[in-house]
Design a binder for this molecule. Structure first.
Ligand code: ADE
Length: 263
């Protein structure tokens, strides 16, 4: 299967799979499942090494914002030699029909707060000549299948999102929690008028995408939609993370690692 017209690329080798979570609530369940868990402190962060569903893994928290996420991704690559990065987290839905409880699997990322104009075109990352950074197509296909399977699970339907869908497309990142209907509309329209149809907004993915592009490391991202980036986003967000995002991430990662084992 092709994503964004690109052929599938590499599958990770025997190097550990990095599972990067945005929030501690999401990571906690994964740590509890680790076989032979070992904690390593590095770069003022805790990294959890062990086995998960048949794979050597390293679990890490991205923390919040682009710089923190870039530091974590760099440490995963340089210090732990991971073979790929899988990122789970939550996002605000921007695209039409992207509802709370849906999942978005990223095809690529853009930084909505990148603006070095008039020196460089709006949204372009200076000196990269690039505005959008792609995810690994082959890993994204597996993550999409893993997410679809998870959403059809009885156990996740109890969270009240029986009609949840899995989307695939562009995600925008920026160092800003978007929580206003006007702001969300403006953001979406500004990006659409530059040719970028954004499905969801969050605060880390584009930074991880840029680091992985620098290191030529395959990575893929799934985000559960916790809010619509509107006036109630700050209320919806914490409740959702606790109750829903964590069980979603656990089932999706389990499905994903099982599919990866069959490759
Ligand atoms: N992550 C989850 N919801 C978000 C929002 N509304 N803005 C930015 N990041 C988010």
């Amino acid at each position: 299967m092709k994503i964004n017209g690109m052929p599938p690329t590499t599958m990770p080798s025997l190097a550990p799979v990095a599972i990067l979570s945005a929030l501690p609530q999401e990571q906690r369940g994964l740590i509890n499942l680790l076989q032979n868990p070992r904690k390593v402190c590095h770069a003022s962060r805790d990294f959890w090494l062990g086995g998960l569903h048949g794979h050597p893994v390293v679990l890490a928290l991205s923390r919040i914002g682009k710089v923190a996420a870039a530091t974590t991704a760099t440490a995963l690559i340089e210090r732990f030699g991971v073979g790929c990065i899988i990122f789970t987290g939550v996002a605000g839905g921007l695209g039409e029909g992207v509802k709370v409880g849906d999942v978005v699997v990223a095809t690529d990322f853009i930084q909505h707060d990148m603006d070095a104009s008039p020196l460089f075109p709006r949204y372009q990352v200076p000196l990269y000549g690039k505005t959008r950074f792609p995810c690994d197509p082959a890993l994204s296909v597996l993550l999409f299948a893993a997410s679809q399977d998870a959403l059809s699970h009885e156990s996740l339907a109890v969270h009240g999102f029986q009609q949840a869908s899995v989307h695939q497309g562009l995600i925008a990142s920026g160092d800003r929690f978007v929580c206003g209907a006007g702001e969300a509309r403006q953001l979406r329209q500004a990006m659409a008028s530059a040719g970028h149809d954004v499905l969801a907004v969050e605060m880390e993915g584009a930074a991880v995408a840029q680091v992985c592009s620098d290191y030529r490391l395959p990575f893929a991202v799934m985000r559960t939609i916790s809010d619509r980036a509107d006036d109630s986003a700050h209320v919806d967000f914490p409740a959702f993370v606790q109750a829903v995002a964590s069980p979603y991430a656990q089932v999706i990662i389990k499905n994903f690692l099982e599919l990866l084992l069959k490759k």
